[in-house]
Design a protein around this ligand. Structure first.
Ligand code: PMP
Length: 434
């Protein structure tokens, strides 16, 4: 197959030579050739508002990030076996955003790799074997990460939970067993974790870790009830396990009120994994942990990572942190998110199809239902809406077990005007579905 330049040529080539599991968005795929700020451009120069790519966190091709990468790439790129300023300067800047207890930073290349390393750290430190995961969650594409991801192992092609993996209930205040963001619902969901922990103990096993996104992304843009993580962390630790916060999707100021989403639950994790936005699209990721956990990993076996922590990645990561600070992007996420959510709630009053609007900062989910009482998922209408948005040059995707949730997590270059534009198209789209 000749890849050519045409969309159909590229599509055919991908199918034949890049593996058939590589998925594409939209019935008619887009060819995107350029990005800038909150926008993507196709091969004809047509501009799309990107409302789903949280990876290009400070805006597509941010000039300061691009320049930092270009300059360092022209000077040196090598592994960490030589001393270099970039890695220590970057680690120091990143660690400064974390609670004091979290004072060791290990640099890797993808979110999956970060979680993979987190599992190894947890096992070494606790000598436990059992892993607790939240139902519906996704933590990455490696063997261990797939085994930690109910979204995958319970889905098509999955083999169910591995013997050492224990699913706990998804703390979903809208659709779950315990509804509402109340202390009672937080406690009930936490109790279900306690039940799992005592079953592990009865089987004479010990937990290594509980891994949980600080807000649920793939499971459906869910904000867990306040106090849930506090309670669960207490239980997991007293059973001898450690707590891993997966901030791969939700970190770096997106939630607005805080730099890290775990802070909204008032907890300090034992291990934090970072990815996606960390390099604004450059492949890098990190594991942040305590001295004690990092020390327990020193067992004589060398840990080497060819690309992790290289000078180019560190220069890029550093520029991302600088831009977040200089452009006050955390505050921007807070203000723009509040403005946006208020409008979404108004639209919810007008259209019964919107069952729930939830979010923190610029991490937002809009759940569509056929019936507000039965909460029957409006799956087809959600995908129709996503195609309608595309026609109006807005890109977003669906999420959740029933794919009935509009997933909103734009680059933080997203503005109030962009929110207005989305709301206008949303109203039109919903009217069309009536
Ligand atoms: N954790 C979460 C919460 C994620 O959303 C993802 C990616 N979707 C990963 C881990 C894995 O990251 P990566 O694709 O960079 O390996």
């Amino acid at each position: 197959v000749d890849p050519g330049q045409s969309k159909s040529g590229i599509t055919q080539y991908r199918k034949k030579h890049l593996g058939k599991t590589l998925s594409l968005s939209y019935q008619q795929p887009l060819k995107i050739v350029r990005g800038q700020g909150a926008y993507l451009f196709d091969e004809h120069g047509k501009r799309y508002l990107d409302m789903v790519n949280n990876v290009c966190h400070v805006g597509h091709c941010h000039p300061k990030v691009v320049a930092a990468g270009q300059q360092q790439m022209a000077k040196l790129n090598t592994n960490t076996r030589y001393l270099h300023d970039n890695i220590v300067n970057y680690a120091d800047k990143l660690l400064a955003t974390m609670p004091d207890e979290l004072s060791v930073c290990m640099l890797v290349n993808s979110g999956s790799e970060a979680n993979e390393l987190a599992f190894r750290l947890a096992k070494n430190y606790t000598q436990g074997t059992e892993l607790l995961v939240v139902d519906g969650a996704y933590h990455g594409n490696t063997n261990a990460c797939i085994e930690a991801s109910p979204y995958k192992f319970d889905g098509p092609g999955g083999a169910g939970a591995a013997h050492y993996v224990h699913k706990v209930e998804l703390p979903d205040p809208y659709r779950g067993a315990y509804q509402g963001n109340t202390p009672a619902s937080a406690m009930s969901y936490a109790d279900s974790v306690a039940t799992t922990l005592s079953a592990i103990e009865k089987g004479n096993k010990k937990p290594s870790a509980f891994i949980c996104e600080s807000l649920q992304g793939v499971a459906g843009q869910i904000i867990m009830p306040d106090g849930y993580l506090q309670q669960v962390y207490k239980q997991v630790r007293s059973a001898g396990g450690v707590c891993i916060a997966d901030e791969v999707q939700v970190g770096f100021g997106r939630v607005g009120t805080h730099m890290w989403a775990f802070e909204t639950q008032q907890v300090v994790p034992d291990i934090v994994t970072l990815g996606k936005p960390i390099g604004n699209g450059h492949p890098m990721a990190a594991v942040i942990t305590t001295q004690a956990i990092a020390d327990a990993f020193v067992n004589g076996m060398e840990y080497f990572n060819t690309f992790g922590g290289n000078p180019v990645s560190c220069a890029i990561g550093n520029a991302v942190l600088e831009v977040i600070e200089q452009e006050n992007l955390q505050q921007h996420a807070l203000e723009t998110g509040e403005y946006f959510m208020a409008q979404l709630r108004e639209v919810q009053q007008e259209f019964d199809l919107i069952g729930d609007v939830r979010g923190l900062g610029l991490f937002i989910g809009v759940e569509l239902v056929e019936d507000r009482v039965t909460k029957e998922p409006a799956t087809d209408k959600t995908s129709e809406l996503v195609e309608f948005f595309k026609k109006h040059q807005i890109l977003l995707s669906t999420e959740g077990r029933y794919y009935n949730i509009l997933k909103i997590k734009p680059p933080l270059a997203f503005s109030k005007e962009n929110a207005d534009q989305f709301i206008k198209v949303l109203r039109m789209g919903l009217q069309g579905l009536r």
